[in-house]
Design a protein around this ligand. Structure first.
Ligand code: GDP
Ligand code: IMO
Ligand code: MG
Length: 428
């Protein structure tokens, strides 16, 4: 029975939330396996618009069991705020399971995220400032605090002391900030424990049993392939594995249980924060994509950088993740353009690269080699079958499919839940 991984193909904000929501009612569990409240997923259901950060988008579907797995970093205050906000709007959030092994984001992680960015100056990453990087750094440094530590006050105090010892030296001596009190942090974390306790679970075991019982489990990635700490545009990345492998390590489900790997890819490209972006546009076409696609960050409100579709990136994503299906989103945003350029390769200092260059310096200098496709003028937001699309839109999709390394199984033609053309079933 299916375990499905759904991940972002580019630099995030591809419409993963909407794609998860699309599968919603056919899925029993939706699992967030990486990242934290750096994510921002906008899901439109009828007249209602939801912005989700820490919770998996599947929480909006009645009956689905949402899971925050071990690979996530949890800001518990944000978790409670998001749960309360959804409850107030009538969403049933009572089934949420949270891994005992997930790490927490505390006040000192948020502080460190902001001060280290400031100290990087021109070299800053443009993080979301949510404490993501410092929390993962503690995990890898083996000084992290896990959800289960909240239920043993002695252990918690020892761990917070250990984590703060070096950090306070740094904060005071290097960053000129005040030291953080151990008791302040311990007190905060303990104050969450009782409310959190009933949600805490051995989520790896729960998910194993669910799969054994024939349930459908969807692993919803935050961020995206080009922001993956190993495979993305390092150091301009997030601090987790946003690729399909992250679904395995981030949940405790073995690789041989995964049946489908769906990558969500925009019909053009966007990026928030710093780092290389070969097809980035600085002219009115870039403004057109930003305004028509409403490309402003769900988490930070920052205007997103915009550019044309990059086929070598799609192929890279197909390879790294083992993509079985693409969901192509926001095709409707391209309506009205005379010509639609697509990046088919790069040129670096006069040398052609058909694939994403492994050298980061080369990628920084890469200029796109474009092929132009004719646009269409017809409104496509009402299309529900592939044949409803104008011929030029069909040809654009088929051209992307031929270049991108996997079939395009669904096409987004608007923000609404129903605004989708399905070519191949995503669950079978
Ligand atoms: P995520 O982080 O991958 O979940 O994506 P975001 O929610 O940050 O950004 C995607 C935005 O595009 C959201 O505002 C969606 O409502 C919107 N969206 C998703 N699919 C489509 C589509 O096919 N067409 C249009 N016009 N908007 C879409
Ligand atoms: P969703 O799930 C787009 C970017 C930040 C920054 C870099 C590191 O909505 O697609 P971090 O705070 O994670 O340390 O920031 O990663 N970033 C995202 N960009 N969508 C996201 O999530 C992102 N999450 C992080 O802008 O460049
Ligand atoms: Mg987003």
């Amino acid at each position: 029975m299916p375990a499905i991984v759904l991940i972002g193909a580019q630099w995030g904000d591809e419409g993963k939330g909407k794609a998860t929501d699309l599968l919603g009612s056919r899925v029993d569990y939706v699992v967030k396996f990486n990242g934290g409240n750096n994510a921002g997923h906008t899901v439109v259901v009828g007249d209602e618009k939801y912005a989700l950060h820490l919770l998996p988008s599947g929480i909006l579907t009645p009956g689905v069991i949402p899971v925050i797995a071990n690979g996530v970093v949890v800001d518990i205050e944000v978790l409670f705020e998001e749960l309360d906000a959804l409850s107030e709007r009538g969403v049933d959030v009572s089934r949420l399971r949270v891994s005992a092994n997930a790490h927490v984001i505390t006040a000192y992680h948020r502080t460190l995220d902001k001060v280290t960015e400031r100290f990087l100056g021109k070299r800053q990453i443009g993080t979301t400032g949510r404490g993501i990087g410092p929390s993962y750094a503690d995990k890898i440094n083996r000084v992290g605090i896990r959800i289960q530590d909240l239920f043993d006050e002695n252990i918690l105090r020892q761990k917070v002391e250990g984590a703060l010892e070096q950090k306070n030296h740094m904060l005071v001596k290097v960053y000129n900030r005040r030291a953080i009190e151990v008791e302040e942090v311990v007190g905060d974390l303990l104050s969450y424990a009782e409310r959190l306790r009933p949600m805490v679970d051995d989520t790896a075991l729960t998910l194993h049993r669910a799969l054994d019982d024939g349930k459908t489990v969807l692993f919803e990635g935050g961020q995206a392939t080009m922001l993956d700490v190993d495979h993305g545009t390092y150091p301009f990345v997030t601090s987790s594995n946003a690729t399909s492998g992250g679904a395995v390590t981030g949940s405790g489900i073995a690789p041989n249980r995964i049946d489908r790997i769906i990558a969500v890819v925009k019909a053009y490209t966007t990026r928030v924060g710093a780092g290389p972006f070969p097809t980035e546009l600085f002219d009115e076409s870039g403004d057109f994509l930003r305004e028509k696609g409403f490309e402003f960050g769900t988490t930070t409100g920052r205007p997103r950088r915009t550019g044309w579709y990059d086929a070598p990136i799609a192929r890279f994503t197909a390879r790294i993740n083992g993509v079985t299906d693409f969901v192509l989103t926001k095709l409707d945003v391209l309506t009205g353009l005379e010509q639609i350029p697509v990046c088919v390769a790069y040129e670096v200092d006069g040398v052609r690269f058909d694939e994403v260059p492994v050298s980061q310096s080369d990628f920084h200098h890469a200029t796109p080699v474009y092929e132009n496709f004719p646009g269409w003028k017809e409104d496509i937001t009402g299309a529900r079958a592939f044949d409803d699309l104008p011929q030029n839109a069909q040809d654009y999709v088929l051209a992307l499919e031929a270049m991108s390394g996997a079939r395009i199984s669904a096409i987004g033609v608007g923000p609404d839940r129903e605004a989708i053309v399905v070519r191949h079933d995503l669950i079978d």
